[in-house]
Design a protein. Structure first.
Length: 231
C-alpha cells in the first residue's frame, strides 16, 4: 500500500483503543497488497483487542479522488450478534456450493437479484431488498471474500443498514458443520421506532433463523435426490 489507511475507530469514548488503532495503521509493513495489509492490520489489532472488528469502506462510499482507503475499526464487547451453528446432511463441497450458488433460493431474510456481469465468486453482487417493520430497505449484497469450500464472507449495505457475516464449513464426513458469525449496524430511522433493543435483535434473529432453516431444507432435498440416484 502506498498510503496508510485512514482509520475511523469506535467507540470514541474508548480513547485508548482509538489511539492505538490509528497508530497501528502506520506500522503496516511495506510491500503488502491491499488485501494482505487489511489482514495484517486486523490480526495485529486483535492481538491486543480480541473483540476488534475491522472492515474496509465500500468503493461506492469513497469520495471522488480519494488517494487512500478508509477502514472502520470497532472494539465491541460483544463482537457477534449474528452467531449460530448447525449441521446439514450433505458433504462439504456440496454444502458450500449450495450456500454460495443457490443463495437466492434459501436466503429468505433478504430478496436477492443477481447483478449481471459481476465475478463468479469474490465480488459477486446482488440487488437486495430487506423488508422490516413494514418498510422496504434496498441496497447491495456482495461476496466480500471466499475460501472454497471452507468459508465465505458477505456484506450488505444500503438505506443506512450495514450487515457483514462469515460462514465457515467443516467436514463431518457425509455431513457438514456450518457456523455463521457477523454483526450489523442499523440507521436511526429503524432504531427510533423500537424502544426495546432486545426485541429488535430478536426480530432480526428470527429472520436469520428462517433463512438458515431454508438452507437446511435445501440440503435435505439435495441429500434425498442423491440417495434416490444412488438407489
Amino acid at each position: 500500500m502506498r498510503e496508510a489507511p485512514e482509520i475511523i475507530a469506535s467507540p470514541k469514548i474508548d480513547t485508548t483503543f482509538v489511539t492505538e488503532a490509528r497508530a497501528l495503521a502506520a506500522r503496516i509493513p511495506a510491500g503488502l497488497s491491499p488485501r494482505d495489509s487489511l489482514a495484517w492490520y486486523e490480526a495485529s489489532l486483535r492481538a491486543a483487542y480480541p473483540n476488534a472488528v475491522v472492515r474496509e469502506q465500500e468503493t461506492l462510499a469513497r469520495s471522488e479522488g480519494a488517494l487512500y482507503p478508509v477502514w472502520y475499526a470497532s472494539n465491541r464487547p460483544k463482537p457477534f450478534r449474528i452467531a449460530t451453528s448447525f449441521a446439514v446432511d450433505v458433504a462439504l463441497d456440496d454444502a458450500f456450493d449450495a450456500y454460495v450458488h443457490r443463495i437466492t433460493e434459501w436466503q429468505t431474510a433478504v430478496e436477492l437479484v443477481p447483478r449481471p456481469g459481476t465475478p463468479p465468486l469474490i465480488g459477486r453482487t446482488y440487488d437486495a431488498t430487506y423488508r422490516f417493520l413494514g418498510m422496504a430497505y434496498t441496497g447491495s449484497f456482495r461476496m466480500r471474500d471466499a475460501d472454497p469450500p471452507r468459508s465465505v464472507t458477505y456484506e450488505a449495505f444500503g438505506s443506512g443498514i450495514t450487515v457483514w457475516y462469515t460462514t465457515s464449513f467443516t467436514s463431518l464426513g457425509d455431513r457438514t458443520s456450518v457456523m455463521v458469525q457477523g454483526d450489523y449496524d442499523l440507521p436511526s430511522s429503524i432504531l427510533t421506532k423500537i424502544a426495546d433493543r432486545l426485541h429488535l435483535e430478536r426480530a432480526i434473529g428470527r429472520d436469520i433463523e428462517r433463512a438458515n432453516a431454508a438452507f437446511v431444507r435445501l440440503c435435505e432435498s439435495l441429500a434425498e435426490t442423491e440417495l434416490r440416484s444412488a438407489g
